[in-house]
Design a protein around this ligand. Structure first.
Ligand code: SF4
Length: 400
């Protein structure tokens, strides 16, 4: 904790208020070809108006649902690091003002694009309390980066990481992607090797999903997207898991690997189905069994914040759906789901009883196994995670 963070030890906090905060900055230098996130090309955007609107949303949110001590903050996007240093300083001040009580061990992450980080900006981030950076690297092959619409190259990656170290960051993560068009197993192996050479404490490695409303989706339907075969994609995933393990990383979630003690605590909030604030255009939040989705467009969001909370939709999650969510997101964690935590979230309900039928079937298929505290994916289950998670969709909420 930096010396200027407020101490909170003697304060009383509201019971059950979220301890995690997600904030969305929806601007990017350009739009990557596979991206369906709520992000807009930066040029001509009213960035300061947006930051002021988020300040209002944070203020209204803290009034409506007074915060507890905040344990984790994650600033995602978009590309938060497109903010200029003075905009970044303004933004980080507004976060601290609206959510002033931070735990001693706060994990404050910010996503960064290697093409948009310089030492001055990184110093502002560090001074503003950010203590973890997640770089969107995706690949160590420049041709491939170009073909997926990224603006950075591998030199930018090395420079950004050096700059981040010089600015005082030691907790960094990078994202890689596999299953990309024209990516071979050898190319993936090379990227993993290069990533491991950096010796960072955390890596996230995702497979490409061709999402609607992306350039790749249109190309896919025109038969112009040369994706690797399913066998190659499976081989890539197995290589990733093997190399990470050999290098001393713990696979703690389907796509996430960490040196011991460096697991992302913020994302673990989602996987444990716990509450979090969601601030910014298109952000969603979850508190007291209510989920909200914010207005997505920048200008409508800015206007809505002037008169209240910028909600596009707010809906109650009934107990049946929350139980299904608990299983679907919880089984993504390699530690699995805990029967005690289930009982705690659902008034003493017994996980074994509520999900008796799918658990029995998945155990028989060898896709999950029993642990001392509940259930988790087997090695086989890891490869077919979507089948496992799909077993819980609508199971209780549709009355099946
Ligand atoms: S940098 Fe990230 S958020 Fe922005 S367009 Fe690319 S993938 Fe989407």
């Amino acid at each position: 904790m930096s010396a200027n963070q407020p101490s909170s030890q003697l304060q009383a906090f509201p019971a059950h208020a979220p301890r995690a905060l997600y904030i969305h900055i929806p601007f990017c230098t350009n739009k990557c070809f596979y991206c369906d996130f709520n992000s807009y090309v930066l040029k001509g955007q009213p960035v300061m108006d947006y930051l002021r609107a988020m300040e209002l949303e944070m203020k209204h949110t803290a009034e409506q649902c007074p915060p507890a001590e905040i344990d984790t903050i994650f600033v995602g996007g978009g590309t938060p690091t497109v903010l200029k240093p003075d905009q970044m300083a303004y933004f980080l001040d507004s976060v601290r003002n609206a959510f002033p009580s931070w735990s001693e061990q706060i994990e404050f992450s910010m996503e960064a694009n290697p093409g948009t980080t310089d030492i001055e900006k990184l110093r502002v981030m560090h001074a503003g309390g950010v203590n973890r950076i997640s770089f969107g690297v995706q690949s160590f092959n420049n041709n491939l980066l170009h073909e997926i619409g990224r603006i950075h190259n591998t030199d930018d990656v090395y420079r950004s990481i050096e700059n981040a170290k010089a600015a005082g960051f030691d907790n960094m993560s990078i994202d890689l992607m596999f299953g990309l068009p024209n990516q071979t197993v050898e190319m993936l192996e090379h990227s993993v090797e290069k990533a491991l050479e950096l010796d960072l404490p955390h890596l996230s490695i995702y497979s490409l999903k061709v999402e609607e409303n992306t350039l790749f989706h249109a190309m896919y339907h025109r038969n112009e997207l040369p994706l690797p075969s399913e066998e190659d994609e499976l081989e890539m995933y197995m290589i990733i898991m093997e190399r990470m393990k050999a290098a001393g990383y713990i696979q703690y979630e389907i796509s996430n690997f960490a040196k011991p003690g460096y697991e992302s605590r913020h994302n673990t909030t989602y996987w444990r189905n716990e509450d979090y604030y969601g601030i910014g255009a298109g952000a969603h939040g979850y508190a007291k069994r209510e989920r909200h989705l914010n207005i997505k467009g920048v200008t409508p969001y800015v206007e809505a914040c002037r008169s209240g909370l910028p909600r596009l939709d707010t809906f109650r999650i009934d107990e049946a759906e929350a139980m299904e969510d608990f299983m679907m997101v919880g089984l993504r964690l390699l530690e699995g789901v805990s029967s005690d935590r289930f009982a705690e979230q659902f008034g003493g309900a017994l996980l074994d009883k509520v999900f008796a039928a799918p658990l029995k079937r998945l155990l028989k298929q060898g896709l999950i196994e029993v642990t001392p505290t509940g259930y988790r994916l087997t090695e086989q289950g890891l490869l077919f995670g979507n089948d496992v998670f799909g077993s819980f969709v609508g199971l209780l909420s549709n009355g099946e």
